[in-house]
Ligand binder design. Structure first.
Ligand code: NAD
Length: 303
């Protein structure tokens, strides 16, 4: 029977599937030395974010065939070391799609209805009814940069709010266009015409600082930038500058070039809504991640 070691807490539904595949040991909170000693007897290692799967750990795991991460990327795994040993890597990039899409809608509504300010002012004992005049998403133009899983999920939801959709991507989705009426345009046109711009591309050499000073200055002075992708896609210094100069109206951010963004001038700006990289942080997304990796492990072992 295949031996599976789980070293970070993952959702119970995933563990149940793993138990049907092999002998599962859940040992969370191991320090690197303890993990080094433990890993020897296992063919499968399942982690989330806390366990750092270094070359040392991989080399010590002589029987390892699969390393799985119940999450989006493989950031805490030495991918090169695993690859050179022929170890299969598994993760679940599909899991947080809905969670992130709903956060984007939540951020846009938080902006249009000034929800963070309304809540804070109530708790200060104020009743700022007249100061809290909002606006509607209906009829506004949403520009979606990257129409992969999350970008499309945002588009489908925004359509229900009666927003007009523009999109930019290196590959166009015909199904998405057909179902939503989204118009694919070039990046400059999207930036010029959108009331909200939401970013959903991965970080690559081509997308790093894809939104810099030039791009931000193309946006309307009333427009809002929403970034729930990766901090590095936006040049944060340029963003702070345009926000301070009122070149754009505001920004809603879940991701930052440095996390946490300690001492960043961003934290002091009045025209931003900030969340601490919580895009994937829903019970459902965590369950989905655990179930998806467990099922992928099952398929891989069955090959
Ligand atoms: P995806 O791979 O499904 O979609 C990415 C899209 O970007 C693709 O359609 C691709 O063609 C497009 N793209 C790539 N390079 C491009 C370029 N140079 N110009 C234009 N388009 C380009 O990815 P996804 O699952 O939708 O995830 C999107 C982003 O969300 C990623 O950056 C991911 O890391 C991030 N994410 C954030 C959180 C969070 O907690 N905030 C959670 C999950 C994912």
């Amino acid at each position: 029977m295949v031996k599976i070691l789980v070293t970070d807490s993952i959702h119970g539904e995933g563990i149940k599937i793993l138990e049907r595949i092999g002998e599962v040991d859940v040992k969370t909170g191991l320090n690197p030395k303890q993990l080094l000693a433990e890993i020897k007897g296992y063919e499968v290692l399942v982690v989330r974010s806390a366990t750092k799967v270094t070359k040392e750990i991989i080399d010590a795991g002589g029987k390892l065939k699969i390393i799985a991460r119940a999450g989006v990327g493989l950031d805490n795994i030495d991918v090169q070391a695993a690859g050179s040993r022929g170890i299969e890597l598994i993760n679940a990039p599909e899991a947080p799609t809905i969670a992130v899409a709903e956060l984007v809608i939540g951020l846009m509504l938080s902006w249009t209805r000034q929800l963070p300010r309304a809540d804070a002012s109530m708790k200060q004992g104020k009743w700022e009814k007249t100061k809290l005049m909002g606006s509607e998403l209906r009829g506004k133009t949403l520009g979606i940069i990257g129409t992969g899983r999350i970008g499309r999920a945002v588009g489908y939801r925004a359509k229900v709010f009666l927003m007009n959709l523009l999109a930019f991507d290196v590959t166009k989705s015909a199904e998405f266009a057909e179902r939503t009426g989204v118009r694919y345009v070039d990046l400059d046109e999207l930036l010029r015409e959108s009331d909200f711009v939401t970013i959903h591309v991965p970080v690559t050499p081509r997308t790093r600082h894809m939104i810099g000073k030039r791009e931000l200055e193309l946006m309307k002075p009333t427009a809002v930038l929403v970034n729930t992708s990766r901090g590095e896609v936006v040049d944060e210094i340029a963003l702070v500058d345009v926000l301070k100069r009122g070149k754009i109206a505001g920004a809603c951010l879940d991701v930052y070039e440095r996390e946490p963004p300690k001492d960043s001038p961003m934290l002091k700006l009045p025209n931003v809504i900030l969340t601490p990289h919580i895009g994937a942080s829903t019970v459902e997304a965590q369950r989905e991640a655990a179930v998806l990796v467990a099922e992928k492990i099952k398929v891989t072992i069955g090959k």
